[in-house]
Ligand binder design. Sequence first.
Ligand code: AMP
Ligand code: MN
Ligand code: MN
Length: 322
Amino acid sequence: MDGPQTLAPIFARKGSYLFLAHLHPDGDVLGSMLGLGLALMGQGRRVTLAGPHPVPEPYRFLPGAQWIQQWKDASGSYDVTVLLDCPDPARTGGLLESVRERGTTVVNIDHHQDNRRFGDLNWVDLSASATGEMVYDLLQYFGWSLTPEIATTLYTALVTDTGSFRYSNASPKAFRIAAHLVAEGAAPARVAGELYEGRSREDLRLLGQLLQRIETSADGRVAWLVLPSELAGNQDLIEAEDFIAYPRSIRSVKVALLFRELQPGQVKVSLRGKGEVNVAKIAARFGGGGHPNAAGCTVALPMDAAKAALLDAVALALPPTA
Ligand code: AMP
Ligand code: MN
Ligand code: MN
């Protein structure tokens, strides 16, 4: 199926709705679930918002963020369960599976190319810059009004998934939608302030030290940063900083990587490309996924081995130098 029209009968139902976020929630999943969740509440529906991880500090300003519950297990029953920005049901940390056991209609709305189409209803639009863009289309299709709160949530989804409208997915449509959302009450300066200007002086000092650790390949086409394990205690800094933007910002770099040890023997890897290499394919080989220019995976290896494996895979994926 494709397009909001097929979802219309589901969202016309008066029943109970559950929204589930993906692991390590980002601005797109949070903005999308709050945008659609607030719109459904405005239509008088019962809405529950939950996810396997807490809402990171920089996103707590989002209208409705205080209602998002952190669940280890799902126990209730819901008529409809909505997943947004979630290509793989495993990315709910087991929550979808347990809700499904008790019977529910699963709606899957996403923009990832590797979406597994696990829903009873699936709407996957690879051309959407963010899932928030699809939620905008949905609300427009239903004729549901955009409150300033909803506009703020969807605008945040667009800003974060397009890297503040700097990445290749910043399409004319993304800008048109953003213009409309701003007209309806999203405040760009406030959103940017909340997302990017929440640092303390100590955070900035730490960031300075981390930047010294960026490494590059001999040919300058690959750059990476290993977050030291001492940083694990500073979760707010980890969630607020787009660390991978720094190795990526080197002109010669075609692929940037960020390595973070979640626990000994488990490393989260983020990959970013600039069009030359499809980093989603590399991440997929390590059990992850994502978009051609932004992907990730979690590997069960010690840091040194994870680094070697990923850097080898990236070197092989790069075209030979002349
Ligand atoms: P990140 O590097 O965590 O910002 O993620 C970048 C992109 O990769 C996002 O579109 C994620 O959906 C995807 N991604 C990150 N980690 C994983 C993973 N472990 N499995 C599948 N996709 C992932
Ligand atoms: Mn996401
Ligand atoms: Mn997204």
